[in-house]
Design a protein around this ligand. Structure first.
Ligand code: PLP
Length: 387
């Protein structure tokens, strides 16, 4: 199982982003971790090898990525998967039929679909609660609750969960706190410091940051959880190929720089939208008008580039989506380029209509992933699209 190098946690965040988990290649001294594009490793003799036997279990490129992101989250173990969904699916193999989970009601549509359409058929039960109010977590706990799962900020409504309070509620009931940290990234939010037991990401998003691979990662600090996750990773086999691991590793080298710019652009665009669309229609935790601004300021070091906007109707949403020229109409988020999407028909189409409506994912809601372009161009694009 992939454990960070002993000195990986000594440096500051930007230095870790660039160096943690990586050592010059022992063969050539190559400063960039090679792409070990191999399925197997030759053994010196029966039972004698260099620690690598078959690439589903271990691959040096993947290990560099796992160590790197573990160091960014400030913990000892990382496990890379072939997608974010592969990561949460493997986490859920830690538990068994009959177990119960308390889940934030506004988790990513794909996470909800996995729980609701697949894992519930396998005897697991889920209570979906509004985790903005941490009392709801405590109320939903049962004797067989194994974990509380939250995403903060949520996709797409940018609702927050107080992670410290959620960890207390989970632990009081003997459960783990599992956090999807995809939107905030470890640069802006450190769930382990607030009591989380497992953190996972879609590396497809900010960690890679260049929209050129799909991947996921799970981070833990606990030796026992790490051993069990390594077993699941190898036994279930949802691992990424070395090329994708390498692309994500190249991406994390600039995570701190990109996040600073996403945040700068996000704040500027959110303020502009609040002025032009009305404060209550703009969902961005960095706006003082956001109902959980105080928690955001306490729990996050920055707010990033994700903004949702209520335009009022599907027609108005379609008009904006159809007119943008710098923003591109596409699913996904977190890349250097700005994207715009329609959650009701795209990322959250797998959530049934009545549930979507109850949550506030309306036909008029659009979601912006503000990239790192020049903000003047992004504002001009939105201005002409909204006019
Ligand atoms: N978590 C969040 C917050 C997401 O937005 C997504 C994808 O959009 C996922 C998890 C799933 O990740 P992937 O698409 O890499 O499977």
């Amino acid at each position: 199982m992939t454990k960070i190098f002993d000195d990986d946690l000594d440096a500051e965040f930007g230095t870790r982003a660039i160096h943690a988990g990586q050592r010059p290649d022992p063969l050539s001294g190559a400063i960039m971790t090679p792409i070990y594009q191999t399925s197997t490793y030759v053994q010196e003799a029966l039972g004698e090898n260099k620690g690598y036997e078959y690439a589903r279990g271990r691959n040096p490129t993947r290990e560099a990525l796992e160590r790197n992101i573990a160091a960014l989250e400030g913990v000892r173990y990382g496990f890379a998967f072939s997608s974010g969904m592969g990561a949460i699916d493997s986490i859920m193999k830690l538990v068994s039929a009959g177990d119960h989970f308390v889940v934030g009601e506004n988790v990513y549509g794909g996470t909800f679909r996995l729980f609701d359409k697949i894992l519930s058929r396998m005897g697991m039960t889920f209570s979906y609660v509004d985790t903005r109010d941490v009392n709801r977590i405590a109320e939903a706990m049962r004797p067989n609750t194994k974990a509380v799962l939250v995403e903060t900020p949520t996709n797409p409504l940018m609702r927050l969960t107080d992670l410290e309070a959620a960890a207390e509620a989970a632990h009081a009931g003997g459960a783990l706190l599992i956090v999807d940290n995809t939107f905030a990234t470890p640069y802006f939010q450190r769930p382990f410091e607030l009591g989380a037991d497992i953190v996972w990401h879609s590396t497809t998003k900010y960690l890679n940051g260049h929209s050129d691979m799909v991947g996921g990662i799970v981070l833990v600090n606990d030796d026992d959880l790490a051993a069990r996750l390594q077993f699941i990773l190898n036994a279930s086999g949802a691992v990424p190929g070395p090329m994708d691991a390498w692309l994500a590793l190249r991406g994390t080298k600039t995570l701190h720089l990109r996040m600073q710019r996403h945040d700068e652009n996000g704040r500027t665009i959110a303020a502009w939208l609040a002025e032009h669309m009305g404060e209550t229609n703009v969902f961005y935790p960095g706006l003082p008008s956001h109902p959980q601004y105080e928690l955001a300021a306490r729990q996050m070091r920055g707010f990033g580039g994700m903004i949702s906007v209520e335009t009022g109707s599907q027609e108005r949403a379609a008009q904006v989506l159809g007119r943008v020229r710098v923003f591109s109409l596409a699913e996904s988020l977190g890349g250097v380029e700005s994207l715009i999407s329609h959650p009701a028909s795209m990322t959250h189409a797998s959530v049934e209509l009545d549930r979507r409506t109850a949550l506030g994912i309306t036909p008029g809601l659009i979601r912006l992933s503000c990239g790192v372009e020049d903000v003047g161009d992004l504002l001009a694009d939105l201005e002409q699209a909204i006019a």
